[in-house]
Write a protein that binds this ligand. Structure first.
Ligand SMILES: [Fe+2]
Ligand SMILES: [Fe+2]
Length: 266
């Protein structure tokens, strides 16, 4: 059996949510998608998550959300992380006792998929525990669990660290997809051991901006090196960046990996 999983990159504020609502229902139908995972760290006005914004994308067809360094920005998001039936993960390699969980098993009909959220350490604003050891510990925890696939979101700044996580995982997980930079990479492929990989899926947000922040508000930091307030771009030509994975439920390997990128004026 082949399972179709769509992974959507960082959804940036209102424009990102609107684009997801515009494209996802028809994409799910067109490609017979079984599971949709999205990175939600920027969901509520660019930083954090609220109940209303999470409901908006879940109503559009997102089944489970991963996140990253911005997941803590809104108190509601931290509350959501701690609900027993939460649909929101935070990176698994935050230190012990951090609220929330970093992995979850989701059911697709009779099959189970393990979704793991990790965060990198190089050039990231927050220091976290080792993502490689965190991955090993999670895979050991689920070693005897019957799984049809394992998907990893590695939320990290550098392509090298994301490549390292992917090659370290090759043959042990179905796919490793990167998030955080908001810029999609053209390196999607199947690694020698059968793990699908893309360094970064890219954002769902307004295109002609500084990764979702208005040029007018963001450029000041580059010109003066002073802290400045970032305005999230809420309308304009919006890009939708995602990656479609087809996974063999018997071997748990990726059999195809395809970028699905669209544009819409919000
Ligand atoms: Fe982000
Ligand atoms: Fe991030």
């Amino acid at each position: 059996m082949t399972l179709k999983i769509l992974f959507i990159g960082d959804i940036m504020g209102r424009a990102g949510r609107k684009a997801v609502s515009a494209f996802l229902p028809s994409l799910r139908e067109e490609h017979s998608i079984d599971l949709v995972i999205a990175n939600a760290e920027n969901l509520a006005h660019g930083k954090g998550i609220t109940r209303a914004t999470l409901s908006e994308i879940c109503n559009a067809g997102v089944d489970l959300c991963t996140s990253g360094n911005h997941v803590w920005a809104k108190p509601e998001g931290v509350e959501i992380l701690q609900q027993p039936d939460t649909l929101l993960l935070r990176p698994a390699n935050y230190p012990p006792k951090t609220p929330g969980v970093g992995e979850k098993v989701v059911a697709i009909a009779t099959k189970s998929i393990l979704v793991i959220n990790l965060m990198g350490r190089d050039f990231m604003p927050t220091t976290v525990d080792c993502p490689f050891r965190a991955l090993d510990a999670i895979l050991e925890k689920y070693r005897t669990t019957p799984l049809a696939g394992i998907i990893v979101d590695i939320h990290a700044e550098t392509t090298s660290e994301k490549h390292a996580v992917a090659l370290y995982s090759d043959g042990r997980v179905s796919a490793v997809v990167g998030t955080h930079t908001h810029v999609p990479t053209a390196d999607e492929r199947i690694l020698p051991g059968g793990t699908g990989f893309q360094s970064d899926t890219g954002m769902i947000g307004v295109r002609d901006t500084l990764i979702g922040v208005t040029y007018e508000s963001g450029i000041k930091r580059f010109l003066t090196r002073m802290p400045s307030h970032f305005e999230i771009a809420e309308s304009g030509l919006t890009v939708f960046n995602s990656i479609l994975l087809a996974i063999d439920s018997e071997t748990r390997k990726t059999v195809s990996i395809t970028r699905i990128q669209k544009e819409i004026i919000i």
